[in-house]
Design a protein around this ligand. Structure first.
Ligand SMILES: Nc1ncnc2c1ncn2[C@@H]1O[C@H](COP(=O)(O)OP(=O)(O)OP(=O)(O)O)[C@@H](O)[C@H]1O
Length: 328
């Protein structure tokens, strides 16, 4: 598959180095991968539940993943299809890194469908007939379907952990799978970041199953922002509960990701660059956030800070009587 020596592959691809170094097999850095595999006994590999082809395949995937990071798209273009009644959509939606697009619309208007169309990079093969172009061209089947090459990460509403690991171990595992080299330092950063997003702090050795809803959400947001290689992030509502939504959004956008958030929260919606309005399954309108809306956002932020203070007072058993925040 490559004429480079194992030593060179390992130097160029941290994920390959980590994977190969973790195998209980004698490494020969001066040989090519094929030569090294040919020299290994079949039995030796079988004992590890592997065969040479699988191993070569996995190394290729690990190298492919590196390539997909370099090829983060400059834009995604969503070409409108049709609404639920077959009427064409007005839209061509252009999405660029570092921009946030909010998706709004009544229940059943097609918000989740729109996110799903972007998630699968639809090619006229979903109920909406939409087409998503990556840098002006249809994506490769690999970009659409191979998990390690996927462009899009989705933060879903429900995150129930089935594994009961300490938080630090879980994050370190994610970091390793994503080919991060300084696993310990990055793990500490993800946890610090999650703690920054949530009101109640948690320790690295807290079990995942002990985290509150807000803490879990904060951890997943920090994980996606700092560890995910996917250049596009979809969020089906950042819940109010216990997460500083403004910081969360800032964190994701700072990573130069294309961010799409389905939300009806005015604070989040106005922080976005634009809103896509859905009606009857179709895109009815695309509204750029206006200067007046940005000014309104500053006032809303003060109201929100006041409400946060009241929440905190309730949390600590206080009363809300005379001393209300100044905006009330
Ligand atoms: N353009 C379309 N053509 C055909 N079916 C569609 C279209 N858009 C959405 N649908 C379907 O309509 C249903 C409701 O859409 P969806 O779940 O996306 O709405 P939603 O706005 O996310 O709703 P909620 O706010 O309740 O979560 C889904 O079954 C979806 O697949």
């Amino acid at each position: 598959m490559t004429s480079h020596s194992l030593g060179m592959l390992m130097a160029a691809h941290a994920a390959v180095a980590e994977f190969l170094a973790g195998l209980p097999l004698p490494l020969r850095p001066e040989l090519t991968l094929d030569e090294w595999l040919a020299g290994l006994g079949e039995e030796e590999l079988a004992e590890l539940g592997l065969d040479g082809e699988q191993l070569a395949d996995h190394v290729a995937r690990l190298m492919g993943r590196k390539k997909s990071v370099a090829s983060a798209p400059r834009n995604l273009v969503l070409r409108g299809g049709h609404d639920r009644h077959g009427q064409p959509e007005v839209a061509e939606l252009v999405l660029r890194p570092g921009q946030t697009t909010c998706i709004v619309g009544p229940t059943g208007s097609g918000k989740s469908r729109l996110l799903a169309d972007i998630e699968c990079l639809a090619q006229g093969d979903t109920p909406t007939g939409r087409v998503v172009l990556v840098d002006g061209a249809p994506p490769s089947p690999q970009a659409r379907f191979a998990p390690e090459c996927k462009l899009v990460a989705q933060l879903s509403q429900n995150m129930n952990f089935v594994v009961d690991l300490p938080v630090a171990e879980f994050v370190a595992m994610h970091a390793q799978v994503r080919g991060v080299t300084e696993v310990e330092a990055v793990t500490a950063r993800v946890i610090a970041c999650a703690n920054d997003l949530t009101g109640e702090k948690f320790a690295p050795d807290t079990a995942l199953t002990q985290l509150s809803g807000g803490q879990t959400r904060a951890l997943m947001i920090a994980d996606v922002a700092l560890l995910s290689e996917s250049p596009v992030v979809l969020i089906d509502e950042i819940e109010n509960a216990g997460v500083d939504r403004s910081r969360a959004l800032g964190l994701l956008v700072a990573g130069d990701k294309i961010v799409l958030v389905a939300t009806h929260d005015p604070l989040l919606a106005l922080r976005g660059d634009r809103r896509v309005v859905l009606r009857g399954g179709g895109i009815a309108e695309i509204l750029e956030t206006s200067a007046a809306e940005r000014r309104a956002l500053q006032r809303l932020e003060r109201v929100d800070a006041g409400l946060m203070e009241l929440r905190d007072r309730l949390r600590h058993g206080g009363r809300i009587e005379e001393d209300l925040p100044s905006w009330s």
